[in-house]
Each structure stands twice: as C-alpha cells, then as structure tokens.
Design a protein around this ligand. Structure first.
Ligand code: NDP
Length: 247
C-alpha cells in the first residue's frame, strides 16, 4: 500500500455498512488507517471489507446493534486491549425514526431513535474518550444534520436527537480543548442514501451528491493537521460554520 495520510492509525466508524459511513470507512482505509467498522448488517460490512482489502487496506468488522450499550463498552475495552489507543472516531450511525406530528409518535420508536442517535453516541464517547486521549492526534467526527438547527413540522424526533448529539459533542470538545484531541460536528447535507430516500421518497436521488463525494469532504477532519475543535463543518459549503454565541 502506498503512503497515506493516516498510515498506522486506528479509525472506528459506526454505520459502516452503507451510505456515508461505508464510503468514509473505505476512504479512511485508503489513507492507510486500520478501520474498525461497526453496524448490524454483516453483508454490508463484508462488502466493505472486500473493497478495503482489494485496495490494499485492512479492517476489523464489528457486527453490533448500537442499542446494545454493554456491547459498546466491550468494544472500547477490546480496542484498548489490542491497540491501547484510538486515533479517529467517526460517530456516524443514525436512524430517521419517523416523520410525524409530535403527538403521533409511538413511544417505542421515540425511545429507539433516541437510543441509536443520542444514547449510543454518548456511550461510545464515554467508552473511547481515554483511548482518543492516548493518541498523539485523536480526532472525533460526530455526524449530525441540518435538522439539528431547524424545527420543521414532522421532523421533531429526528431534529431533537441531532440537536442533543451536537450539544454532547460540543461540550466534549470544550472539556478537551487543552488536549491534542480535536472534535467536530458535521452536517453532510442531503446525500443519496437509504435514509434520505426514506425521508424524501418523491425526490430524484440523481439530484443529490453521492455518499462517496460527501465522505471525501468529511475525511480531512480525521487528519492530524486539524486545529479546530467544537466546530460545525458544513459539507455543502465545504467550511466550518460559526455557532451563535450565547446571549
Ligand atoms: P444510511 O441509512 O444509509 O446508513 C445508516 C447507517 O447507520 C447504516 O450503516 C446502519 O447500519 C447504521 N445503523 C442504524 N441503526 C443502527 C443500529 N441500531 N446499530 C448499529 N448501526 C446502526 O444513512 P446515511 O448514510 O444517510 O446517514 C449517515 C449519517 O448521516 C446519519 O447520522 C444521518 O443522520 C446523517 N445525515 C444524513 C443525511 C442524508 O441526506 N443522507 C443528511 C444529514 C445527516 P445497519 O442498518 O447495518 O445497522
């Protein structure tokens, strides 16, 4: 394998079985990182592994349902045992839940969406925070959405989970400001994936950027030269946006 910008690094990617996470995992591996790929769908993970190997890279597949909080703890322990550190975390896995009037959301689905989008992200952060601090250039990328900053009708559940996730990521960034760890939130923008098709069934997918294109813009946030932390990176604009200062 030719020299990449992430040679020798360990990168953990959740939601690596398809969509944005799949492509980001491929691209991180192509840069030389060993990718720890997490998702439930074994077929998708195996397809990823095949592509990574063909390109001369390596990965470890972790079939895991992120609502299994004990599993997340064990994953952190396993990474600690094998490598003693983690260089890149991409907290990307997510679900839409349902687009529905607030009063019509089923309690079970509300709790599950919260568990996948928010609780598992917190649990993962808690599990790997010491490992990222053990890296000489730990990088965390937390995938959010424009929905975190809007309050559109029927998007309440998804928006709430993304707003909560961003708040957790930003607080974590403030706590670690004086360390080598750099943590940023990403808004990928509308992307041609299964989730987007579920949210916007009438839309022509060909009008949207492909996940590989979106992933290519996110990838630089994993590199050692990143100085920003606690910022929101907007993929469409290809730049960091400012959070509004508290009043
Ligand atoms: P996809 O639906 O294509 O992929 C979602 C990924 O999350 C899959 O790999 C899926 O794996 C994984 N996942 C979902 N639930 C679980 C679970 N319980 N346990 C483990 N893994 C799980 O979505 P996208 O690629 O579009 O989304 C990636 C991220 O980008 C999400 O956080 C999404 O909110 C965000 N985003 C996407 C936008 C878009 O337009 N596509 C716009 C803005 C934000 P599996 O099912 O195999 O478990």
């Amino acid at each position: 394998m030719t020299a990449g910008r992430l040679n020798g690094k360990i990168a953990l990617v959740t939601g690596a079985s398809r969509g944005i996470g799949f492509q980001l995992a491929r691209q991180l591996a192509a840069e030389g990182a060993h990718v720890v790929a997490v998702a439930r769908t074994v077929g998708g993970l195996e397809e990823l592994d095949d592509l990574i190997r063909k390109a001369g890279g390596t990965s470890t597949l972790v079939p895991l349902d992120l609502t299994d909080m004990g599993g997340i703890d064990r994953l952190g322990a396993a990474i600690h045992q094998r490598w003693g550190r983690l260089d890149v975390l991409v907290a990307n896995a997510g679900m839409l839940g349902v687009l529905s009037p607030i009063g019509h959301i089923e309690a079970k689905l509300f709790e599950k969406t919260l568990a996948v989008n928010v609780t598992s992200t917190w649990r993962l952060i808690r599990s790997v925070d010491p490992l990222l601090r053990a890296s000489d250039a730990g990088r965390a990328i937390v995938v959010s959405s424009g929905a975190a900053h809007s309050a559109r009708a029927f998007w309440g559940l998804y928006s709430a989970t993304k707003a909560a996730t961003e708040a957790i990521a930003r607080s974590w960034a403030s706590e670690t400001e004086n360390t080598a760890l750099r943590i940023n939130v990403v808004n990928p923008g509308a992307t041609r994936t299964a989730m987007r098709a579920l949210a916007m069934p009438g839309e022509n997918p060909d009008s949207l950027p492909k996940p590989a294109e979106v992933a290519a813009r996110i990838l630089p946030l994993a590199l050692a030269d990143v100085t920003e932390t606690g910022r929101l990176f907007d993929v469409r604009e290809n730049r960091f946006l400012s959070y509004r200062a508290p009043e």
